[in-house]
Design a protein. Structure first.
Length: 604
């Protein structure tokens, strides 16, 4: 998207401030030096844990957030402006990957949210839970039936609240109410910004029903296969994040404190409990770039009398563990970090979806490209949103999503097992956007475009997260290892062919002109070249602090999310997922956090 144009226009619009309670900017303001629980990261999961634990008025909680407040950040409230928040902004960690051999040695931007709400404050807001088989597989891998779908899905009711779309249209046939919650804390809705291509997408599911069948509920978890209406964490035409929901409500409680611009540098080893090294102290410093004129000060410390909760995400959580002496011995010793727990699994098993933005040129001016280029059109759309929270700005960038499988007779299955979670789960995702979806580049200044993006959902490539330095403020070495297996390149190549079949439906005959660039290739070798030139991150990293069975010699956390070989630390974020789910991550991570909150309460 045209980020400069969007950002310039955002400055012209003011948002009604959200009143936050015990939100601090400096360690000297904290009223306590010890809390029952210290949560590292006010993101997708951390805010859920903070909210649920402080439901007990006798439980004290501190949340440490390295980033800034979400209050008053217009682009984090207006749904359509979300893509302008990353990369290369104050609201992003601004990570980059190492050179990726599988994509022609390109290094990619790797955005992660750096503000209250974490990625839920900067993402595209797609809300879904994945396949039921995702959770059943976790239960099988960990040996803990509590992670089975039949148990985890019980949290949907207390998490989700389905609300009307911003345009108030009748949503009958666009989702299945029985699959969703009505009394939860997070507003979720169907798209309220109708787009000209919407009827074409639905018509294609009828014209090509065998390959692209219509699915009445893309976010329910029971049946994800097919193409249908996407669901988003949007309520009343505004973004719903973990910050605007779980955290904002809980900040009124006297037993919850939150401090921003506070970057955790490591956990401090406090001796031994029950024969295990104990960690109950968190060291943190003012974040680099924090909006403050105060002089640098020595690191601060705070204690957790019960547990430290790492909810810093799949990049920062393993970074903090390694800085604390928990990780692969050889890696830590090479950086002169004292080894407290030698765990070779910390930072390994990095898995992520892979995105291919497949672009088609189209006729007419129904696409959103002109809106994104023209400040006057954008200003008018923002004026409408500012008036009544309706119009194109009240929704995300696309209204439809699909989860699909490769044909069962695909030749790749002759040489490799099916890596999906099961027969009801997908190999790839289709996401439809009626404009030129630019991934790390500049979109054309003229023309009209359609993006039929495809995501590799069941990757077999695995990467790693390592420290580049013992300096906690140095960016880590992020190596997703994209497209380094035969299955991954085969599958993503086949998605490029599949989206062209989707575009060949009669529903698009008077709209689509043809594929752009390498997408027009016809031979497998040329399509593979296109894939390796254009593939990018799906922005859904998991696995770097993976769950495994209790007592297993591999993995980072037990099924109860306690760090192996350590007393006093749990991990609650997407890093614990052993496999990347059949979903954009916020939905599964919310369910993870709700289950984790119950695990904490069970131990009280």
């Amino acid at each position: 998207m045209q980020r400069r144009t969007l950002n310039d226009l955002c400055l012209a619009f003011m948002l009604i401030p959200v009143s936050l309670g015990a939100l601090y900017h400096d360690p000297s303001q904290l009223p306590r030096s010890a809390y029952d629980y210290v949560i590292v990261g006010a993101g997708n999961a951390g805010n859920v844990i903070a909210s649920r634990l402080t439901e007990n008025p006798r439980t004290t909680v501190l949340v440490l957030e390295a980033g800034v407040s979400n209050e008053g950040v217009i682009a984090s409230i207006v749904p359509f402006l979300g893509p302008s928040l990353a990369p290369n902004t104050p609201y992003d960690w601004n990570f980059t990957t190492t050179a990726q051999a599988g994509i022609n040695n390109r290094s990619l931007s790797y955005p992660r949210g750096r503000m209250l709400g974490g990625c839920t404050s900067v993402n595209y807001m797609a809300h879904m839970y994945g396949s039921s088989e995702d959770y059943d597989r976790i239960a099988a891998v960990t040996g803990d039936p509590g992670w089975k779908w039949e148990n985890v899905k019980k949290n949907i009711g207390k998490h989700e609240r389905i609300v009307p779309p911003s345009d108030g249209h009748n949503t009958t046939g666009q989702y299945i109410p029985a699959n969703h919650g009505t009394d939860g804390i997070l507003p979720v809705s169907l798209p309220g910004n109708a787009q000209a291509i919407d009827p074409r997408v639905i018509a294609t599911t009828k014209d090509l029903a065998e390959e692209f069948p219509f699915n009445e509920d893309m976010g329910g978890g029971e049946n994800i296969l097919g193409v249908g209406w996407a669901q988003f964490s949007i309520g009343g035409g505004m973004r719903s994040s973990s910050a605007t929901t779980y955290l904002t409500a809980a900040l009124n409680r006297p037993n919850l404190d939150v401090i921003i611009n506070a970057q955790v540098t490591k956990l401090l080893h406090n001796g031994t409990v029950g024969g295990l090294p104990s960690f109950h102290t968190v060291q943190f410093s003012r974040s680099p770039g924090a909006n403050t004129t105060a002089p640098p000060v020595a690191p601060s410390v705070v204690s957790a009398t019960k547990e430290i909760v790492l909810s810093a995400g799949a990049i920062n959580t393993p970074q903090i563990l390694q800085l604390s002496g928990i990780g692969p011995r050889a890696d830590l010793e090479a950086l002169h970090i004292p080894v407290v727990v030698d765990n070779p699994s910390v930072g390994r098993n990095l898995s992520d979806h892979v995105l291919l933005a497949n672009i088609f040129s189209v006729k007419g001016n129904d696409s959103l490209d002109d809106l994104l280029r023209d400040p006057a059109l954008l200003s008018a759309a923002l004026t409408q949103w500012n008036s009544n929270h309706t119009g194109v700005m009240s929704g995300s960038v696309g209204n439809h999503v699909g989860f699909l499988r490769l044909p069962s007779n695909s030749t790749i299955f002759h040489i490799t097992p099916d890596p999906s979670a099961g027969p009801k789960s997908s190999h790839w995702e289709l996401f439809v956007a009626d404009f030129f979806l630019s991934i790390g580049g500049t979109p054309p200044t003229t023309g009209s475009y359609l993006t039929l993006a495809s995501f590799l959902i069941s990757p077999t490539s695995r990467g790693s997260l390592k420290l580049a330095s013992s300096d906690p403020f140095a960016k880590p070495l992020i190596d997703p290892n994209f497209l380094t297996t035969a299955f991954d390149i085969f599958a993503l190549r086949e998605t490029a062919k599949a989206v062209k079949r989707f575009a060949a439906s009669a529903a698009w005959a008077d709209y689509i002109v043809g594929p752009v660039g390498g997408l027009a290739s016809t031979t497998d070798s040329d399509i593979e070249t296109y894939v390796r030139e254009q593939a990018s991150t799906g922005l859904h990293p998991v696995g770097t602090a993976s769950m495994s069975p209790k007592g297993a010699c591999w993995g980072v956390v037990d099924p109860d999310l306690k760090v192996k070989g350590v007393e006093g630390v749990r991990v609650v974020d997407a890093s614990v997922f052993p496999f990347v789910p059949n979903a954009h991550l916020q939905g599964p991570t919310y369910l993870l956090a709700e289950r984790a909150a119950q695990l904490f309460k069970n131990d009280m």
